[in-house]
Design a protein around this ligand. Sequence first.
Ligand SMILES: Cc1cc2nc3c(=O)[nH]c(=O)nc-3n(C[C@H](O)[C@H](O)[C@H](O)COP(=O)(O)O)c2cc1C
Length: 239
Amino acid sequence: MLRSMSVGITNSNHAASIVRIAIVVGSTRPGRRAEMVAAWVERAGDGRSDAVFELVDIAAFGLPMLDEPVPAAIGDYRHPHTRAWSQTIERFDGYVFVTPEYNHSVPAALKNAIDFLYREWHDKAAGLVTYGTSGGIRAGEHLRLVLAEIKVACVRSHVTLSLGSDFEIADITEPGTFTPSGHQQAVLERLFDELVTWSRALRACRPSPARPLERFAAADQQTGPAGTAATTGGERRGR
Ligand SMILES: Cc1cc2nc3c(=O)[nH]c(=O)nc-3n(C[C@H](O)[C@H](O)[C@H](O)COP(=O)(O)O)c2cc1C
């Protein structure tokens, strides 16, 4: 009896220690290489027992250029697309950003999606998987600065994929195939190890995960479906 109780406690401790990681797909371009890279990250994550991974595709949210009248730091979201994006990002303990380099930085779509929110990102961890002609290193360095402002702690390990050696591209107008060099898998595993540790540690810095969702539920009850909340002022979240 005692033994089965202790097994139960151990199992629930293990479940509680599993971190939720979003693989955020940073390119929204038709014909993007991002999908192949994100699928590789997801496959590598599948083998882990300390984290669950979920693809979060910015393109699926149909975000326009930032159209919220009130700064994200206030949390008074007027549009259903912002609320859907917020509820998704809020659910995770950490993120893997899969992003190409565009003009020495990240795609505007990724920066825009980050700018839509504020508190949802706070006190979380991130790992970077970048690609480009030079591994997307400059995009990654830019992204670290942006993420620091919204209190996302980036782990040191950084997967940098080169269009020359980690992809086979016969025709530059086509995505080609993704053929990561052998060492990239090891870097990704190290990134995961660091990300899981920091994502778990940063949980202690955040309020109970139930609270934000309760706030959304209360706002929806007052204002009806998410679509109508947009025009009635929606919720005001304490910051
Ligand atoms: C607008 C634009 C700007 C780019 N600028 C850079 C760059 O500054 N450095 C680089 O290494 N690659 C650059 N590239 C190449 C991209 O990194 C490469 O095409 C990558 O596959 C794009 O990612 P995606 O296919 O997932 O959209 C650029 C591509 C685009 C479309």
